[in-house]
Design a protein around this ligand. Structure first.
Ligand SMILES: [Zn+2]
Length: 536
């Protein structure tokens, strides 16, 4: 219910702002005018030729041949002018304190990033958000409160149900997260300790956020053989928690499961037909990225590193773990071949970044069979683990999910330190890859629809009332780019490459990127969710 009010308010704000187009034309004297571009408003409409004028942090006027000079002007003839892109799923707290300008995102045209995904966030949120404000960053920043982090704070990383007292404590932490400014509750039911959470408990916690106007977004329990049940569970959280729910980074992992996106999208469509507010986000790559612990069975991951290592030292348990890893390498995240598992970063041996499991297995003196690769995985986990990249997604599933009207774009990326380790290229390329590869080259979706999936749709979804659409009265988050050349350059082999084809990026009225360089401006703001209570 609450969410419908937000959506209504969003549309009313946009409509009221539209009426201000003519009124705002005089007097002249703008802080910034972007001249003569193809203005894609973000709502899915075709572009119109127009100038966009900014005063302070706000779009003041949009129209052809606006009179008056801007203190600064950008010549956008031949270029697209769109709302800045909004990324609802990032792990940007990895790196933001080293790179507060978040170059990898801004250089794609991203102006707002969300953190706290996959059930993982700081608890409580408020001190962390104060740190972000004090740091001063280039893009805007919003957060979710993480269910896994809440459970860990109250129960620990153990496999058992919550007591009534613990459930009450967790509900209170979720409530506090919402008061601190979260946009909703994220879950990561694939990860420890989210994995130990029964659906009823997830619903009870999500409903707390829902009653306060927040949404639920889930890294699902299983994205491989169990993907259909996991989609049903994600829908159930929205349906029984009476709130918006979202399948995040939707994908189908493991060759035996390829093609099941037809079924998952049908489940989503059926749920929407009966009134469940369920949506999807996605990144445009056929590989995922997470810790290599993801190759181990859930029961082996309970507790801390020392607990996991102890199980690996115990003969019978080690054998069971190895069998599960072999299964995972063959049919799940491993993509059927040790070379399909690549190391993104490794704290105890940074030289392993960029190498794959076949390389590392051979370097240890063994043939690169799946059996030997499983031994390599266990050895690496014993050393302290590593971040992995897993090539196990089919292009056909990716495109089918992308084309669905309820799918928005989100990177699942982080803020890399340029040149360090070998991260998934999604951090550098997600948005521009959709516009280059999937719009221009493959014509999978139209340009206005792609931009909608990056701007007004995510803004509406989280309840950002004043961003995501180019209209007078909205905040001036703007990207200027060339539809003919926009592209990702980051690859799995050479990920540290910035986007191509982006000319200028404006956040809250200030230019943060132009002439192929970041500017000194750091105008990004912490954005607060629907239940935010300042100065608690
Ligand atoms: Zn995730």
């Amino acid at each position: 219910m609450h969410h419908r009010r937000i959506r209504g308010a969003w549309m009313a704000a946009a409509a009221a702002a539209f009426g201000a187009v003519l009124a705002a034309q005089a007097p002249a004297g703008w802080d910034l005018v972007i001249r003569g571009g193809r203005v894609l408003d973000g709502a899915g409409n075709p572009w119109v030729l127009a100038d966009v004028a900014v005063r302070g942090d706000t779009i003041a006027a949009i129209g052809p041949g606006l009179p008056g000079k801007g203190a600064r002007e950008i010549d956008a003839r031949g270029l697209v002018v769109s709302p800045g892109f909004i990324d609802t799923h990032t792990h940007a707290r990895r790196g933001i304190f080293e790179v507060p300008t978040a170059d990898n995102y801004v250089r794609q045209g991203v102006t707002t990033i969300f953190e706290g995904p996959d059930g993982s966030s700081p608890v409580p949120l408020r001190p962390f958000l104060e740190k972000i404000t004090a740091l001063g960053i280039s893009p805007n920043w919003g957060m979710f409160i993480g269910q896994g982090s809440v459970r860990e704070a109250v129960i620990g990383r153990v496999d058992r149900n919550a007591t009534p007292d613990e459930l009450a404590k967790m509900k209170e932490l979720v409530r506090e997260g919402m008061l601190d400014g979260a946009f909703g509750l994220s879950t990561g039911l694939f990860y420890v300790p989210g994995i130990f959470t029964p659906t009823d408990e997830v619903i009870a916690l999500a409903a707390v956020a829902g009653a306060m106007g927040g949404m639920h977004v889930s890294h699902m329990r299983n994205e491989a053989s169990g993907v259909l049940d996991s989609v049903r569970e994600t829908i159930a959280v929205g349906e029984q928690g009476h709130m918006p729910t979202q399948i995040t980074h939707h994908k189908i992992i493991g060759t035996p499961n390829w093609g099941r996106s037809a079924d998952t999208l049908r489940l989503v469509a059926e749920a929407r037909a009966r009134g469940v507010d369920v949506t999807i986000d996605q990144y445009p790559y056929t590989a995922s990225s997470t810790g290599i612990n993801a190759l181990l069975p859930p029961w082996a991951l309970e507790g801390r590193q020392a607990d996991i290592a102890a199980r690996l030292r115990d003969g019978p348990q080690r054998a069971r773990i190895k069998a599960a890893i072999i299964d995972s390498l063959k049919f799940d995240r491993g993509g059927g071949d040790p070379k399909n598992v690549q190391i993104a970063s490794c704290a105890w041996d940074p030289a392993l970044a960029g190498k794959n499991l076949a390389d590392i297995t051979r370097a240890r003196g063994a043939e690169a069979t799946i059996d030997h690769a499983a031994e390599t995985v266990m050895w690496m986990v014993e050393q302290g683990g590593a971040q992995g990249i897993f090539h196990a997604i089919d292009e056909a599933d990716l495109e089918r999910i992308l084309k669905d009207p309820v799918t928005m774009i989100a990177s699942d990326g982080e803020v890399p330190v340029f040149g360090r380790a070998s991260p998934h290229p999604r951090s550098y390329g997600t948005f521009v890859r959709v516009l280059g590869r999937y719009v221009r080259e493959r014509r999978a979706i139209s340009l206005p629809d792609a931009v909608r999936k990056m701007t007004s749709f995510p803004a509406q979804r989280v309840g950002l009332l004043d961003r995501g659409v180019l209209r007078p009265g909205m905040k001036a988050d703007i990207a200027v780019w060339d539809a003919a050349t926009i592209a990702d350059r980051a690859t799995f082999e050479q990920p540290h490459q910035y986007a191509a084809g982006v000319h200028a990026v404006v956040v809250n009225g200030q230019i943060v990127f132009q002439h192929d360089a970041m500017t000194p401006a750091r105008p990004g703001r912490v954005l607060y969710g629907p239940a935010y209570r300042p100065g608690r």
